[in-house]
Design a protein around this ligand. Structure first.
Ligand code: PMV
Length: 315
């Protein structure tokens, strides 16, 4: 057995969402995204050199198709034919709309680059990770990150320590795998949703005010923009043919409870990705009341509180 490299990365949660591809071949995002890396939740990936490629996620074999462009690019960069034996685990549910592809492809990219002894700058690693999943380009960094529209690589805007009070309350309303992958749903939106053009146009308009709000650590403004971003993304999805609805009844209960909390003056701004889970943006001072109120909706729902997370760590 060859030596193993292990890397740990955290998922990237978009506050301003990427949805739609400028190039499917190069996996370039059509819209800019502004994101926060989540602390305490992570993917851990171990890679060895082997006789053929294989990937096991949480102990199960995974179809390799989606990984081949990344593997090919890594082999090209190293100038050698090497195959990877990959073991990866998430300490949170996979494929349920919790951005596991962001941390998954980021951890895989760094671990493979290390085992190939490739000494690449973070931007280069970010561009490689993007080949697997555009959001993974952001998971290469901790703190707050930006992936521009059409961008090959993400960059860090602020270190994790920039906003110590910022919290994300993750509400796992269902642990079922999502019915349609984000990749397929994104293409469906681009090809069939009459609202796709409006989405593209508007996504760009939300970026500058979001950047200003982040610069001023203004959660009221940032939270409102995050709500607009996910609502418009899901509106475009719903208008696809066939329509795509990721929400479950409990998703809607959580969205409504966040509205009630805000009406009472408690800052709780929800955001959703390609799945039923809800992530609530708030400040540390409100975490307890928000968690209690959301848990009361359904004692079965798992709630995780995440601070702003770190960048990758390898051993
Ligand atoms: O990078 P992908 O293919 O997993 O798509 C991510 C899409 C969203 O999570 C909905 C938005 C985002 O910017 O992370």
């Amino acid at each position: 057995m060859s030596e193993e490299v292990r890397c740990r990365t955290s998922p990237s949660l978009a506050l301003v969402k990427y949805w739609g591809k400028k190039s499917t071949r190069k996996n370039l995002p059509a819209t800019p995204s502004l994101a926060v890396t989540l602390g305490g939740v992570y993917t851990e990936t171990g890679v060895r050199i082997a006789e053929r490629d294989s990937i096991r996620l949480n102990g199960e074999n995974v179809d390799l198709d989606r990984f081949l462009p990344l593997f090919a690019a890594l082999r090209r960069a190293a100038g050698r034919t090497a195959f990877f034996q990959v073991e990866t685990t998430n300490n949170f549910p996979s494929s349920a709309g919790l951005a596991s592809s962001s941390s998954g492809f980021a951890a895989l990219t760094i671990a493979c680059a290390r085992i190939l002894e490739l000494d690449l700058a973070p931007e280069r690693l970010s561009a490689l990770a993007r080949l697997g999943s555009a959001s993974a380009a952001r998971s290469l960094f901790g703190g707050f990150t930006l992936l521009p529209a059409g961008g090959r690589a993400a960059r860090q805007l602020y270190e994790p320590e920039y906003w110590p009070e910022f919290r994300i309350v993750i509400v796992l309303v269902s642990l079922q795998a999502k019915p349609i992958s984000s990749r397929a749903a994104m293409e469906g939106t681009r090809k069939t949703s009459p609202y796709y053009r409006a989405w593209l146009h508007n996504a760009g308009e939300l970026l500058q005010p979001a950047l200003r709000a982040l610069q001023g650590r203004d959660i009221d403004v940032l939270g409102d923009i995050a709500r607009l971003s996910y609502s418009r993304m899901h509106a475009a999805l719903l208008a696809s043919s066939p329509p795509v609805l990721y929400w479950l009844p409990s998703t809607i209960s959580v969205i409504r409870e966040c509205q009630h909390l805000r009406d009472e003056g408690i800052g709780a701004w929800e955001t959703l990705d390609a799945g039923p889970q809800v992530k609530v943006l708030c400040l540390q001072a409100d975490v307890d009341v928000i968690s209690q109120r959301l848990q009361r909706l359904d004692p079965e729902m798992k709630i995780i509180v995440a601070p702003v997370g770190p960048g990758p760590v390898c051993e």
